[in-house]
Design a protein around this ligand. Structure first.
Ligand SMILES: [Zn+2]
Ligand SMILES: [Zn+2]
Length: 72
């Protein structure tokens, strides 16, 4: 069992990652200790911080999501 060192400033990122069993909601790979975790707003509304609307993803995956979705 690996204990993650909490380096994230945003505790919501950590809570969300924990809910996802420390797996990226996009690629399904586990987050690496110390890695930047981004919270993606599933509905695209950046004022909607409900946990159902949040998805913890890798930084690179987050960029990919927005590149492919081209949301405004
Ligand atoms: Zn990922
Ligand atoms: Zn996003």
């Amino acid at each position: 069992m690996v204990l993650l060192t909490l380096r994230w400033d945003n505790s919501q990122s950590f809570n969300q990652a924990r809910k996802q069993d420390h797996k990226c909601g996009y690629c399904g790979l586990r987050f690496i200790d110390g890695e930047d975790i981004h919270l993606h707003h599933i509905d695209g509304n950046h004022n909607n911080w409900k946990s159902q609307n949040m998805m913890a993803v890798h930084q690179s995956c987050h960029q990919y999501i927005h590149m492919s979705k081209r949301d405004t």
